[in-house]
Unconditional design. Structure first.
Length: 490
């Protein structure tokens, strides 16, 4: 069988730079802002370009429509009648029109396949862009079967529209052409686009400064948490983070402080536990070492020494087993609940504990109810309580074992398993400490035993593993009653 080990390597170990949360927040903010502002600029440019195209199309349609209406309705001012030639019609119409700065109004006469004669307005258009000087483009427009079109020329894009004029008697055909140069209009849109980009850049710079300050202010408590965590040691867990406000950062600080409280209690309990465990294990080791050092050659002396050493080693073994059991109480599988008939469990426990000592054992009562619990752990807890009762009573005294169901509106439905004795009882000052590890109380009741003070701690661990509790109550007539209380799911 081969074992594959997985090694986790941090980014800093590989040489990658560590990026702080403040920088990451700022980078994400800048990315989002840049995308949003870029999208706005591109959208505005697209809208402006679309408006330019729409306005040009409307202008071409309007100009050609007006000329088309003028053809049948126009009157020659010299004759007072209709125009007899296309040349005369175009000249009179162009004299009456005012073109836009980027617009050309032209009249073309002659056959469609020949080079046309040009009739134009007096305009100060740049010679390199004017359509009337581009014979090739005029020929293409005159020969085209379409009424509207676009020409891509080296001088720039050209949008055009035309209206054909049929030949009159003895005259030549002609055409009215409207040409529009959209470069200036589109340059305005592009200028607006670049202006928006420049403003966006200024906004990003302002956002960088403001975002850096705001992110630093928001993350200041987080940095304080990190600094506090870095300064914490196992010996000093007393530092706490000041909580201000009611936001998520304040909630984080409260959670971190609560964690420090739990860690401080856990380390304190661990130190006490280690000290007590060391003390409890040091005593039998000292006894064993002392007897072995003083052991002589006499067979009887050797036999007595071996007996004492074996007894102390057995006690150490029990302490270690109890410690391992308490350590396992933190695991989620410490108890394995299953449906159990409480009456049957109570009767089984009663039968088992009767052999612990010569006492007046009484099965006080049983609860006829099914509950979910770990029967082995619960039996272990009840036997431990019975053993505790035996150690603190004398032969012939009564010990009662039982279980009962309690229905309460205030506390809910629950079941109780109990062990009651009629011994000397437990002083009030000891009632608060007897369930702690290695605590036997300030005043021992009954006979002295060799226990390490872990039995009732094990009982409490089993009860808490079932989400219940163990309580100490006074027995009517004198004595102590230990009650295991478990909540039911009814």
């Amino acid at each position: 069988m081969t074992t594959t080990s997985v090694m986790t390597v941090s980014r800093s170990t590989l040489g990658f730079p560590r990026i702080s949360a403040r920088v990451r927040i700022l980078l994400w903010l800048l990315v989002v802002m840049a995308v949003a502002l870029g999208a706005v600029a591109v959208t505005v440019r697209s809208i402006l370009q679309r408006d330019v195209d729409h306005r040009i199309s409307q202008l071409l349609t309007q100009e050609t429509g007006e000329f088309a209406n003028f053809v049948p309705q126009g009157v020659d001012p010299d004759t007072g009648g209709r125009f007899d030639t296309a040349d005369r019609l175009l000249r009179i119409y162009l004299q009456r029109q005012y073109a836009d700065p980027d617009e050309e109004l032209l009249g073309l006469t002659g056959p469609a396949g020949d080079r046309p004669d040009i009739i134009r307005q007096r305009r100060d258009l740049p010679p390199d862009t004017a359509l009337w000087q581009d014979t090739a483009s005029l020929t293409r427009i005159r020969s085209s079967q379409d009424s509207f079109g676009t020409l891509e020329r080296p001088q720039g894009e050209l949008r055009w529209a035309k209206v054909e004029i049929g030949p009159s008697a003895g005259g030549q055909p002609g055409a009215f052409v409207v040409a529009f140069h959209p470069e200036r209009e589109r340059a305005v849109a592009d200028k607006t686009f670049w202006m928006l980009l420049a403003l966006s850049g200024v906004a990003l710079l302002m956002t960088t400064g403001i975002g850096w300050a705001v992110a630093g202010r928001i993350l200041a408590p987080v940095r304080l948490v990190r600094t506090t965590a870095a300064e914490l040691t196992e010996q000093d867990l007393t530092r706490r983070i000041p909580v201000e406000g009611r936001d998520d950062i304040a909630a984080l600080a409260e959670t971190f402080n609560a964690m420090l409280d739990r860690l401080e209690r856990a380390f304190a309990a661990q130190r006490v536990f280690v000290d007590d465990a060391g003390h409890e294990l040091r005593t039998p080791i000292t006894i064993v070492r002392g007897h072995l050092e003083l052991m002589g050659d006499d067979p009887a002396d050797r036999e007595e020494t071996v007996r004492l050493v074996t007894d102390e080693l057995d006690r150490m073994s029990r302490i270690v087993e109890d410690l391992l059991l308490l350590a396992g109480a933190e695991r989620p599988d410490f108890v394995r609940p299953e449906p159990v008939q409480l009456a049957e469990l109570t009767a089984d426990v009663f039968v088992k504990v009767r052999t612990l000592g010569e006492r007046e054992w009484v099965l006080d009562g049983v609860a006829d109810r099914e509950v979910r619990l770990d029967p082995q752990r619960m039996t272990q807890a009840m036997v431990q309580l019975a053993q505790n009762a035996v150690q603190h009573t004398v032969p012939g005294q009564r010990i009662r074992i039982g279980s009962r169901a309690v229905d309460s509106r205030a506390e809910g439905d629950r079941v109780e398993l109990y062990v009651a004795d009629h011994g000397p009882g437990i002083p009030p000052e000891d009632a608060e400490v007897i369930f702690e590890r290695f605590r036997r109380g300030t005043s021992r009741r009954g006979t002295r035993t060799s226990g390490a003070g872990l039995g009732l701690a094990i009982v409490r661990a089993i009860a808490e593993g079932h989400h219940g509790r163990v309580e100490l109550r006074r027995t009517e007539g004198g004595g102590a009653t230990f009650v295991l209380t478990l909540e039911t799911d009814s």
